[in-house]
Design a protein around this ligand. Sequence first.
Ligand SMILES: [Mg+2]
Length: 242
Amino acid sequence: MPFTNRLHQLESKLQVKSPIVLSNCRVFLDFDNTMTTSDVLDDVIRRFSINDQWMTLEKAWHEEKIGTKECLEGQLRNVRVTKNALHKFLTKVELDPHFHHLLALLVREGIKPVILSDNFSYIIEWILEHHGIRDLKVYGNTLRFYREHIIPSFPYDNPFCLTCAHCKKIHLTKDKTENKLIVYVGDGRSDFCPARVSDIVFAKDNLLRFMTREELPCIAYKDLGDVHHYFQEALPHARKNH
Ligand SMILES: [Mg+2]
């Protein structure tokens, strides 16, 4: 279905009286598998684990027997990596090929997207810096290095919900008074809750399956090129020549 038709469907579902304009949106992006072409944190754990225990924890997480925080704490206990080795590994991470394009469009329209991730801010900021991207607000888990150990902490943990290590929802709801539409782009389990409280959701993979199962409106996308295309086509004030 063309993007414009999807938008009209969405506008009627949201009972929006005037066309959705980009300047009236706040845009939030997940990081792993949304802004990147791989799950960076999974790759770091797989590469630098000293044994296979991460697999047992991963299986328990997939079966929802443990939450993300317990899974990550357990997995990182068996990771050994120096800062330099980690940096070297992170140079190989690829951003979605359309990310720069999308970011340029948003910034031109006065929007700075916010990154919400169950990965670590340190890792995300290092990758962004490596790709020449600065000044984006990143909310994630935090880490410190101790010799070859990574010690995690979880400043946005919700003690009443064990699902995610980082409760992304709190960043979306805290500024609701702004009366702007919330646009959320994601792919995985940590995106389920924020997607529920967003006005426009771009979903793929697990998030798309979740939204479909729950009969929640969303726009399916395969990469950020689709999101860029949506803004270009559907939002009347987006400049078409970029
Ligand atoms: Mg993700």
